[in-house]
Design a protein around this ligand. Structure first.
Ligand code: CA2
Length: 146
């Protein structure tokens, strides 16, 4: 049995409550339920969390070191600003997949650059909340392949 982390950055607690044309109608609770269904079915453990505070995300990434088999992260707006989150992910030894609900490349220019992408094994953007499941499934399959 392995442990996977799914981490979410600022404002994602509002998912499903505002801007449905960009982020859809589903909530963070729906994302968590879908992720948990996947890890449960595969016999793995899941740590799922959202925070509006950069330090909390960094602390969770540190906590995952030596413990988690992979991290799926949607850093929210910290994607485009946070060298600190990048540094924390660089200190984590297992695979990292970056997820965005919206296609950041179709949006404002300031969303086109991601610090986290330089660390991530893969990036999924624009596929809605399904991107989380795709990322988690990839990590689970990757672990099984060895
Ligand atoms: O598309 C994504 O998943 C983003 O990471 C979401 C971030 C945004 O800053 C990134 O550029 C792309 C923003 C999350 C805000 O989430 C909200 C959800 C519903 C209503 C309001 C905000």
């Amino acid at each position: 049995m392995s442990l996977f982390y799914v981490l979410n950055g600022p404002n994602l607690n509002l998912l499903g409550q505002r801007q449905p044309e960009i982020y859809g109608y589903e909530t963070m609770a729906d994302v968590e339920r879908n992720c948990r269904a996947l890890t449960d079915a595969a016999g793995h453990q899941l740590f799922f969390a959202q925070s509006n505070r950069e330090y909390e995300l960094i602390d969770w990434i540190h906590e995952a070191r030596g413990k988690a088999a992979g991290i799926v992260i949607n850093p929210g707006a910290f994607t485009h600003t946070s060298v600190a989150i990048l540094d924390a992910l660089n200190a984590f030894e297992a695979p990292v997949i970056e997820v965005h609900i919206s296609n950041i490349h179709k949006r404002e220019v300031f969303r086109h650059h991601s610090y986290v992408s330089t660390r991530a094994e893969g990036v999924i953007a624009g596929l809605g909340i399904e991107g989380y499941e795709m990322a988690l499934r990839h990590l689970i399959n990757r672990l099984a392949r060895g």
